[in-house]
Design a protein around this ligand. Structure first.
Ligand code: DGT
Ligand code: MG
Length: 359
């Protein structure tokens, strides 16, 4: 029976102004290098988010996977008091607040945030006026375009950027394919960046594609930042099932200038912003065509879904999955392609085992 209730699932998972109560706790563990606990809260948040019913009492969640003791204590507090004291304490904690602020800058991770925090820095002004702080190129761009890139990107903006990249790619490689991936591929209306996969049918050509594309964007005057990473892909290597390891395809992390006139319905800018353009973070990844399906699956996300899919492949099917390949340990060989049937069955089995992937 599906319980009906007075306390919504949103109330359990979205308690604070900062968003999700579990996400605040997960983030704090991440800031403190406690990966296990961080993952436990992210998994729990994912489980609750994809429930088709609302949680009205703790008992209703007893058969759900991935809800540990600590998670349940927080849920109980939320259900009984309408608030979590632990989350509230964290939200007003100076260390949490400072890490949250610093890691919101493109190019600043928890390690850098910790270094700056330990030096007594607490604000952007502290960082930018401290002569002993040397920002790398990525962080400089992060501060320069902070207002724009910390603002959500709309679907219309993502579609417009896809067209811009599409045009630049097809000028060089007419048979190339450009696909929108990441959150927008999962149907999100807003994201923090635009993720695109670019590939060509001619194997090997994809490796030189991105430098040509970024040159073209530079000529157009819209390339505000570019970090290009050449491919280190080795097809002889077995898939790496650890999710945190990024793939080896050539890729670039960009900041592009997007004109309002190119976006249907206009830019998603702050009220009163009359510049007529905004900066947007864009990631391009370029796998060889024969790895396209694996790359698309890996970049579509969500991160939690990808983690669980790899776990499912390993534990339930005896296979290794990553963004490059699916390797069957029993047969000792990789799948040449991902068939729809396999994916459908995999997803069904995944759902039977308790889906923790948001859509
Ligand atoms: P967004 O941009 O915040 O709306 O959400 P997403 O889902 O587009 O997230 P994003 O852009 O950070 O990453 C796109 C996909 O790339 C994500 O869904 C899974 C994959 N991905 C991101 N970070 C990692 C990572 O560290 N390792 C691996 N293997 N994949 C990652
Ligand atoms: Mg994204």
């Amino acid at each position: 029976m599906k319980p009906t209730c007075s306390v919504s699932c949103c109330k359990v998972t979205e308690r604070s102004d900062e968003g999700d109560a579990f996400e605040v706790l997960a983030e704090n563990y991440e800031f403190n290098n406690m990966d296990g606990q961080c993952l436990a809260f992210r998994r729990a948040a994912s489980v609750l988010k994809c429930l088709p019913w609302v949680v009205w009492c703790l008992g209703a969640t007893q058969d759900l996977p991935c809800l540990g003791q600590h998670t349940k204590e927080v849920m109980e507090e939320l259900l009984q008091c309408g608030r979590s004291f632990e989350v509230e304490e964290l939200l007003s904690d100076e260390r949490y607040q400072t890490f949250k602020l610093f890691t919101s800058v493109f190019g600043v991770g928890p390690k850098t945030a910790e270094k700056w925090f330990c030096r007594g820095l607490r604000s952007f002004n502290d960082i930018l006026t401290d002569p002993s702080i040397h920002l790398n190129r990525m962080q400089q761009s992060g501060f320069l375009h902070y207002g724009d890139i910390s603002r959500a990107v709309s679907k219309a903006e993502a579609v417009s950027l896809r067209s811009i990249i599409d045009e630049a790619v097809h000028a060089i490689a007419p048979a190339a394919a450009v696909a929108l991936t990441g959150g927008f591929c999962r149907g999100k209306e807003f994201g923090h960046d635009v993720d695109l996969i670019v590939t060509t049918p001619e194997l090997g050509m994809e490796e030189s594609l991105l430098p040509y594309v970024t040159d073209e964007l530079k000529k157009q005057g819209i390339l505000l930042y570019c970090d290009y990473q050449a491919s280190t892909f080795d097809m002889r290597k077995l898939p790496n099932h650890h999710f945190e390891a990024m793939d080896h395809f050539s890729k670039c992390f960009l900041i592009l200038r997007l004109e309002g006139s190119q976006v249907e319905g206009g830019l998603h800018c702050a009220e009163g912003d009359s510049r007529g353009w905004r900066a947007v973070r864009v990631d391009l990844v370029s796998p060889p065509m024969d790895r396209y399906a694996f790359a698309l699956l890996g970049w579509t996300g969500s991160r939690q879904f990808e983690r669980d899919l790899r776990k499912f492949a390993r534990k339930e099917r005896g296979m290794l999955l990553d963004n490059h390949a699916l390797y069957d340990k029993k047969k000792g060989r990789s799948a040449k392609r991902l068939s729809c049937k396999q994916s459908r069955e995999g997803c069904k089995a995944y759902q039977r085992g308790g889906s923790t992937g948001e859509t």
